[in-house]
Structures are given as structure tokens and as C-alpha cells.
Design a protein around this ligand. Sequence first.
Ligand code: NAD
Length: 269
Amino acid sequence: MKVANKVVVVTGAGSGMGRELTLALLRKGARVAAVDLNEATLKETIALAGQSGDKISSHVVNVSDRQAVEALPSAVIAAHGAVDGIINNAGIIQPFVRLNDLQYDAIERVINVNLYGVIYMTKAFLPYLLARPAAHIVNISSMGGFFPVPGQTVYGASKAGVKLLTEGLYAELLETNVRVTIVFPGAIATNITQNSGVAIERPTADDAAQSFPMTSAEDAAEMIIDGMERDRFQVYVGRDAKMMNLFYRFSPKRATQFMYSRMKELLQG
Ligand code: NAD
């Protein structure tokens, strides 16, 4: 879907890729409903929008709060008159430990935000999107959503869930006006570790292929919007994501063992 003159909801708009997606969409002539649970950083994004500030609405919402998400479409329509697209980008990583050492509160938090958040958003907005002449859903998974990274096992499970949810949705909506895109970013330079409340400095799941340079959040946002505008089924962001996809397809077992050898020193406990 071409984004000019469309209304697009972006979750996680207060930081990293969500912020850059918001700013890039505004530059391309879209209106944006910016969603984040962090009010202070959401305000910063709106300040950065500068003169486009009248094309952006701000919504302090936790995407894992189903009731709050169900109230979002009417707030977005009240602000912009319609809604044409959603980019489900808000997400968190888990503490960098083995599953055996991961507490249930962390497990539930990651699955509630990364997987249920996407399900709530999708179900809340889909009826409105189906009523538009053209509409689009973009879901952000991860390189860690198609191959396993020890120390981010529940994160990976949540992102693999997003992958298949999105690909299933793509198929279900093929004969409708709603296009669907799944995005697999590799390592992107953002503050996700701190924002997720994870004490350890990077690495994260998505830094796994560290021989590749990290992609900037700005470049990632451009690639994601380009994929959306070309109605791509899948978008791999960064050379690391593309290479690991090939490696995993060639030999899932060797790719898994390779990743363990890269990450084992970093596992806590
Ligand atoms: P980030 O931490 O810079 O930004 C994420 C934003 O989401 C933050 O502003 C945060 O406040 C918000 N958020 C978190 N939980 C929320 C909730 N429950 N409700 C509403 N907002 C919430 O992270 P980022 O690196 O830009 O990540 C964006 C997405 O990309 C995430 O889904 C992440 O898993 C995915 N991803 C990131 C990388 C990477 O290397 N950074 C790689 C692959 C995938």
C-alpha cells in the first residue's frame, strides 16, 4: 500500500525503529497514530516530527492490555477520520538466561507484549481495515523468530509466533483489500536492551551474527516502508538476517549449533 495520504498506526513509536518509522511515514506524506506505553519518549518523537506535528496523534497504550487496545481504533479514527494501516512494532527482549533460569513473570511479559500485543492490535483494527479500499498490516518479527538463539528462547518463540500468525493472516486475507507483510530485522542499533529492562549489555538475540555491521534504525525504517509500499510478503532487514536465513535453510542443525558456539560465553548462569 502506498503510504502517502494514508493513516498508519505505529506501535512502539517512542524509540528505535518505531520512532524512525513514524518520522519516515510523515516525510512520505502519511498521517500517523503513534502508540507507546512510554509517554515521555512518545512526546520526544512528536517533538522530532516538527512541522508535521499536526499529522500525528499520540496514544499512551500498553499493547498487552486488551481493553486499552480495543479502545484504540475509535481514538485513531476520532483523530484522523480513518485508519488504513497498522505497523505492529512494539516489542521487548527477555533477560539473557537459559529457559531453566527464566522466571514466569518474564516469560509472560515477553509473550504478552510480543505475541498477544500483535494479536490484540490485529483483531481490534482488522474490521476497520477490511472496510477500506486498500489497507495493510505490517508485523515486526525478528531474525530470532526463524532460527533459535540460546538465551533468548522465549523471545524467539514469541517472534516465531508472530511469523506464523502473520503468514497465516496473509493467506486468509489474500482475496481481500488488506495486504500483509512480515519483517525479520537482524541486529538494529536501538536501545531495546535497556528499554526491555534487561540488565546485561548487548548482546541480544538479534546481535547474534555480530560479524555484520548493525543496521541503523533509520535504514531499517526505510526498508520496512519500502516493503510495505511494494506489498512484500516478507522483508529481511540487514545482511545478517539475509545470511542467517540462507544458513538456516541450508542446515537448521548446523545453524543452531553455530549460534550456540557464538552465544555460549554470554549466557548467564
Ligand atoms: P526499542 O526498545 O528501541 O523500541 C521499542 C518501543 O516499544 C519502546 O519505545 C517501548 O517503550 C515500546 N514498548 C515496549 N513494550 C510496549 C508495550 N507493551 N506497549 C506499547 N509500547 C511498548 O526497540 P527496537 O529495537 O526499535 O524494536 C522494535 C521491534 O523490533 C521489536 O518488536 C523488536 O523485538 C524488534 N527487533 C529488534 C531488533 C534489534 O536488534 N533492535 C532486531 C530484530 C527485531
